[in-house]
Design a protein around this ligand. Structure first.
Ligand code: CMP
Length: 152
């Protein structure tokens, strides 16, 4: 009984401490990678994993599969495979929600002052950064880019 309780507490403590992000092609291309990573670090996020790479259209399509039925899916896949991105796996308490607060609304015209998208995004499509929408998706998305040996 005591062991069960301890295990439960451990799970609760561990829940929600990780999120996944990509710095998108336009932000990488215009040299904002360092400034954006700095905002993440100053926002209290610790970098577990970090990688610069380019998605193939197939991998971008798979990554954004949840949006397959949306009218912008084709545009999204083309764009996200158009140039290098920087992928990062991040750690902080309440990671998913706090990171979404730090990056701001999907549409930069609706993003709050001081958020990453307000400062660096061009449009809803070219919105500088991706942020996971759930703990489960954070793990799935991180697995696209990082093996267990690339997590520190
Ligand atoms: P992201 O957080 O990467 O997750 C899905 C992405 O779809 C989102 O950021 C936007 O860049 C993109 N997106 C959402 N709505 C639109 C839209 N109306 N037109 C183009 N892209 C969109």
């Amino acid at each position: 009984m005591l062991l069960l309780h301890t295990e439960k507490l451990k799970q609760i403590k561990m829940a929600g401490t990780r999120t996944f992000t990509m710095i998108k092609p336009e932000a990488v291309e215009n040299g904002s990678t360092g400034a954006i990573l700095d905002k993440m670090i100053k926002g209290g996020f610790r970098i577990i994993s970090l990688k610069k790479t380019q998605l193939s259209p197939e991998l971008a399509g798979k990554f954004y599969e949840v949006h397959k039925e949306r009218p912008f899916y084709g545009e999204l896949v083309d764009y996200m495979s158009s140039g290098p991105i920087v992928a990062a796996f991040l750690e902080k308490d309440n990671a998913v929600l706090d990171f979404r607060t730090l990056i701001g609304a999907t549409d930069p015209s609706e993003a709050a002052e001081g958020t990453i998208r307000k400062e660096f995004a061009e449009s809803k499509a070219k919105n500088a950064v991706h942020g996971s929408d759930s703990d489960e998706n954070a793990e799935i998305e991180a697995s696209f880019f990082f093996t267990e040996f690339e997590r520190f």
